[in-house]
Design a protein around this ligand. Structure first.
Ligand code: GLY
Length: 406
């Protein structure tokens, strides 16, 4: 008799329960998740009603709302669109349209790089999911306006879009963060929609510059690269949201994975695919990745295993890997799908997925926003929910291999 058999004999109920959970067909897990999501987002919609803005997280026991200038504003309407896509229930479409319209001010916001997030999740998914010509035309115009605003931050000398303005008390000259890869999808869409190659050229230049300067030999990335705007030379490689300049901030790795996978889909450039695989290898085989595949907020925090997790990084990585699998050979694809499925099973368990009524109405627990600033540690976050829903839809193969845009 093996030790495992003895332990299972003693803890029969527990072992039986975990075997049953592991054996639950993934389709049933996904269906259950969307039921929970529907219940939770009804609660969140009620809580948000009558308050200005968009739910972002829970702070001091209350839902924290943010305005349309916040980089996360689009994720709430984006999740409502995903709920409409998953259920076909028109309630979600009505709510998604209402909140998408509220993200409109981002179209002309020249002060930040996050317009791809802010407009893409709402207008981008809406354009994919609505039929009527007037709405489609309005959404298309909003996305094109946003893309046109975003490229005002491009500097041809650097070959990048500037991420943040020069905040007081920093020595930066032209800061670019790895997260910025995510905003390029808006430009790739705009190039096709307007038949205007300039958007695409800028997106490719940005991706090429990041490829050259953001990555370490092991495939991990720096958070922020600062450039000399006059010469394009690298001035510094630092972190703002990670543990240390040389560490691997988990969400940054996930943004890079998603970004280069998406850029490969849009361009079929081998160098982007190679980089996506390299990041995937770093992330999926990391010795400090917990068995449930939900990473600590930074792979190099010396407090591991007592460091907070980041469920948002797990959801973004799972969604990315499901797309990367569609560009991979059969064995690699199976590995990526299996990894993503394990991640999503973890996120669907009681350890991470809220019980209806809990977690302020959000879905996932245990995400980390900005640990060095002591902000949003071990909390729900609207973008963790958004990429969780996206990954579930991708896993269901409802839209595998596609992005937010037509
Ligand atoms: N893009 C900001 C963040 O990932 O926290």
């Amino acid at each position: 008799m093996t030790a495992k058999t003895i332990i299972c004999g003693i803890l029969l109920a527990a072992c039986g329960a975990s075997a049953a959970a592991a054996a639950e067909p993934i389709g049933a897990v996904i269906d259950k998740d969307f039921k929970v999501a529907s219940a939770q987002y009804r609660i969140l919609l009620d809580k948000a009603a009558g308050k200005p803005g968009f739910p972002r997280t829970v702070e001091r026991g209350d839902v924290k709302m943010v305005g349309p200038g916040d980089w996360t504003a689009g994720f709430f309407p984006g999740s409502l669109w995903y709920l409409f896509e998953a259920t076909g229930d028109a309630t979600w479409k009505t709510a998604a349209m209402r909140y998408t319209a509220l993200t409109a001010p981002a179209k002309f916001d020249k002060s930040q790089h996050d317009l791809g997030f802010m407009l893409g999740a709402g207008y981008g998914n809406g354009l994919r999911l609505v039929d009527d010509a007037a709405t489609r035309s309005a959404y298309r115009d909003a996305l094109l306006a946003g893309a046109t605003t975003l490229i005002t931050r491009f500097n041809p000398k650097v070959g990048s879009i500037q991420s943040w303005d020069l905040w007081p008390n920093t020595t930066w000259a032209f800061p670019v963060i790895i997260d910025n890869m995510m905003n390029l999808e808006l430009l790739m869409w705009a190039a096709k929609a307007a038949n205007e190659p300039r958007y695409r050229e800028i997106a490719i230049a940005h991706a090429d510059t990041a490829l050259k300067n953001h990555f370490r030999p092991d495939g991990s990335s720096f958070h922020l690269v600062d450039y000399d705007p006059k010469t394009g030379a690298v001035r510094a490689r630092v972190t703002v949201q990670g543990y240390a300049d040389g560490s691997a901030w988990a969400r940054g790795q996930a943004w890079g994975l998603y970004g280069y996978t998406m850029m490969y889909r849009e361009t079929h450039r081998d160098e982007y695919l190679r980089q996506a695989h390299k990041i995937a290898r770093f992330y999926t085989t990391h010795p400090r990745l917990p068995a449930d595949k939900v990473p600590f907020w930074d792979f190099d925090d010396p407090a591991i295993p007592d460091a907070p997790r980041d469920a948002s990084a797990a959801a973004i990585a799972a969604s990315s890997l499901l797309e990367l699998a569609t560009f991979s050979d059969r064995e690699t694809a199976a590995r990526y799908r299996d990894f993503a499925e394990q991640t999503l099973r973890s996120l669907s368990s009681d350890a991470y997925l809220a019980k209806p009524g809990d977690n302020g109405g959000f879905l996932l627990k245990h995400a980390t926003g900005h640990k060095p600033a002591k902000s949003e540690i071990d909390v729900p976050l609207n973008y963790a929910d958004y990429y969780f829903l996206e990954a579930l839809l991708r896993l269901k193969a409802a839209r595998s291999g596609t992005g937010s845009f037509h």
